[in-house]
Write a protein that binds this ligand. Structure first.
Ligand code: ADP
Ligand code: MG
Length: 401
């Protein structure tokens, strides 16, 4: 691994440093519900501030589609970051001010959401470069530490790192150290647990992982596409119609490779998407057989499935989990996620949780971070890393897989 790390930038006292963090935290009614990603940024930021660097932090939050929207403001993050650092964090509303005001040595500011400007995520490299040039005015060097976005070729992730002398922060370095243990000869049996709602994003992962793992456990929103591929009706549950053939292909390939794709045998079906929805446990092949009929929504794996998943997880030596098993934000549909989280804490080997919502889920369910081998701040990024894909935000820092 040839990743450039902080020491590659030389002494940073008195120097202006731009730091890309991933502060894409879950918010509810303007309040941060899980500050894990902010905490994860502290080692790098503290190291820089203690050296007397002048630190400008940039991040995105949510998908504001290129225009300023109050609900996606990083204001609450600036406040929380200040509390955690024990220092005041200036909050600057314009990422691209004309001439940035100078900071004192050891001072820190956070700029407003990068994605309020459409150039951050533009497909046009020229537009991204123009935005990166504006961001580069805030520093002499660049530290990339937003692990959750390293799989994206975006202005503050890729172009900015080519515009200023750049290096990875300690979070990215730490994430890579653990994830590498999953790709270079993981101890067997190796199980991967997938769930969540970004179904089409994650289906491809299964294909790439099949040759490397012993079992793939499928829960969350994507399980319904598997059930449908087997010919079962899934009511109003999440379903990617155009992926049915792909999924059938995975099932067949898994069989050829001797890898188990473990699908739920029971699910929790609700009459609507709400915390107080009426709900019932039913067999996975009888989702439309509840009183809610064809409008029933599968919102969690059932208890039998939870037990079966837990058994497989607890006897594995290596487990990677991405994506909640159900809509854990509602108590009634959190049991599947709880069963999987609990099983991961019992793994005698390496257990890794990846993904913003998955990390938030284990914390919301009361599991302390140190009960897992590692909680990755990146969902998509960690999955793409495990698939062996090239990650532009890492390559630009010297990393080669
Ligand atoms: P991560 O951030 O960990 O990568 P995702 O973003 O893919 O995970 O998905 C998280 C979301 O998936 C959660 O908000 C959860 O409510 C939702 N989810 C899980 N199971 C279902 C389901 N059966 N139907 C709808 N949404 C689901
Ligand atoms: Mg998510």
């Amino acid at each position: 691994m040839t990743l450039r790390t902080l020491d590659a930038l030389g002494p940073l006292a008195g120097r202006a440093v731009v730091v890309r963090c991933d502060f894409n935290v879950p918010l509810k009614d303007g309040a941060i519900t899980d500050d894990g990603r902010i905490r994860a940024s502290l080692p790098t930021l503290t190291a820089l501030l203690e050296q007397g660097a002048r630190v400008t932090v940039v991040s995105h939050l949510g998908r504001p589609a290129g225009t300023p929207q109050e609900m996606y403001s990083l204001g609450p993050v600036a406040a929380r970051l200040g509390e955690l650092l024990g220092t005041s964090v200036a909050f600057d509303s314009a990422p691209a001010a004309e001439t940035p005001t100078e900071l004192a040595d050891g001072a820190i500011r956070l700029l407003e959401n990068l994605r309020f400007d459409p150039r951050e995520t533009s497909k046009d490299a020229g537009e991204r470069q123009a935005y990166a040039d504006e961001l580069a005015a805030f520093g002499e060097v660049f530290v990339s530490d937003g692990f959750g976005v390293v799989h994206r070729k975006q202005a503050s992730v890729y172009e900015l790192a080519t515009t200023l002398p750049s290096a990875a922060g300690t979070l990215i370095a730490a994430e890579l150290e653990v994830l590498e243990r999953l790709t270079t000869r993981p101890e067997k049996p190796y199980a991967v647990v997938l769930g969540g709602s970004k179904v089409s994003d994650k289906l491809g992962v299964i294909d790439a992982l099949l040759p490397r793992v012993d079992a793939v456990l499928v829960g969350g929103g994507m399980l319904f596409t598997f059930l449908a591929a087997q010919g079962h009706a899934v009511g109003g549950s999440l379903l990617e119609d155009d992926q049915l053939d792909t999924v059938r292909g995975y099932l067949q390939r898994a069989e050829e490779l001797g890898v188990e794709i473990v699908l739920p045998t029971d699910v929790v079906v609700a009459d609507r998407f709400a915390a107080d929805a009426a709900h019932e446990v039913t067999a996975a092949d009888a989702i439309e057989g509840t009183p809610f009929g064809a409008s029933g929504l599968g919102l969690d794996i059932g208890p039998e499935t939870g037990r079966r998943f837990a058994e497989i997880i607890a006897r594995s030596k290596t487990v990677f989990w991405n994506g909640p098993m159900g809509v854990f934000e509602f108590d009634a549909f959190a049991e599947g996620t709880r069963a999987v989280a609990d099983a991961l804490t019992r793994v005698d080997g390496l257990s890794v949780v990846g993904g913003g919502d998955s990390a938030a889920a284990v914390r919301a369910l009361g599991f302390a971070d140190d009960r897992f081998g590692h909680i990755s701040t990146g969902g998509g990024a960690s999955l793409e890393f495990l698939e062996g894909k090239e990650l532009p935000g890492l390559e630009v820092l010297g990393w080669q897989a």
